[in-house]
Design a protein around this ligand. Structure first.
Ligand SMILES: [Zn+2]
Length: 48
């Protein structure tokens, strides 16, 4: 399933995601640990 990395906007395959985070009951997928760390620092800036 294709998902969007909310930090960099890249579309990635869920199975290729390097990291995942949950916020507000939703799962988010990231292309890199840098994107995950950025999301985890400011989740409210990136969450839907
Ligand atoms: Zn990314």
């Amino acid at each position: 399933m294709a998902v969007k990395d909310p930090v960099c906007g890249m579309t990635i395959e869920e199975s290729d995601a390097v990291g995942t985070s949950e916020f507000g009951g939703k799962a988010y997928y990231f292309c890199s640990n840098d994107c995950k760390e950025e999301f985890d620092s400011n989740p409210e800036d990136y969450a839907d």
